[in-house]
Ligand binder design. Structure first.
Ligand code: FEO
Length: 163
C-alpha cells in the first residue's frame, strides 16, 4: 500500500506531467503555425512522451493500491516571442520537473518507501536525458543563429525524439 503522503505527491506529479504534455502541444501548434515543421514534429513527439510519463504514474499508483486522480490541466501559454525564447522555456520547465522528481525521491526516503524510491529512479534518469537533449538543441540553435532557422528546422527533424 502506498502511504498517503507518497500517493499525494505522485498525484501532483501526474498533474505536472499532464501540464508538460499540453505545454509542448501548445508549443508544437505555435511552431507549426510559424512554418517550422521540424520543431513542431519534435514537440509533438515530446508531448506524447509526457503523456506516457503521466500514464506511467497513474498505472503505478493504482497498482500499488492507491487511486490515481485525473487532474484538470491549467491553461498553457500559446505564444512565444521566438524559437529561442521557446526552447529556453522548455529547458526551464524540464529543470522544474527534475526538481519535482527530486522532491518525490526525498519523500520516499523520508517515508521509508523503498519500492517507490526504486521505481522513481526511472524518472531521475529520464530527466537527466531530457535536460541534456534540450540543452543540445539550444546549443545547436545558438550555433545556427537567427538567419539560418530553416536549416535548424530541417536539422531538428532528424533528431531522435525518443530520448
Ligand atoms: Fe516528464 Fe519532461 O518530464
Amino acid at each position: 500500500m502506498l502511504k498517503p503522503k507518497v500517493e499525494k505527491i505522485l498525484n501532483e506529479q501526474i498533474q505536472k506531467e499532464g501540464y508538460s504534455s499540453f505545454l509542448y502541444l501548445s508549443m508544437a501548434s505555435w511552431s507549426e503555425s510559424k512554418g517550422m515543421a521540424g520543431v513542431a514534429q519534435w514537440l509533438y513527439a515530446q508531448a506524447e512522451e509526457e503523456k506516457m510519463h503521466m500514464l506511467k504514474i497513474i498505472d503505478f499508483i493504482n497498482e500499488r493500491g492507491g487511486k490515481a486522480i485525473i487532474p484538470a490541466i491549467d491553461k498553457t501559454p500559446e505564444d512565444w516571442k521566438d524559437i529561442f525564447v521557446l526552447f529556453d522555456e522548455v529547458l526551464a520547465h524540464e529543470k522544474y520537473i527534475s526538481e519535482s522528481i527530486n522532491d518525490v525521491v526525498a519523500l520516499t526516503v523520508k517515508e521509508n518507501d523503498f519500492a517507490t524510491q526504486n521505481w522513481v529512479q526511472w524518472f531521475v534518469t529520464e530527466q537527466i536525458e531530457e535536460e541534456s537533449s534540450v540543452q543540445a538543441i539550444i546549443d545547436k540553435l545558438n550555433l545556427v543563429g537567427k538567419n539560418n532557422l530553416y536549416v535548424f528546422d530541417r536539422d531538428i527533424m532528424n533528431l531522435r525524439t525518443d530520448v
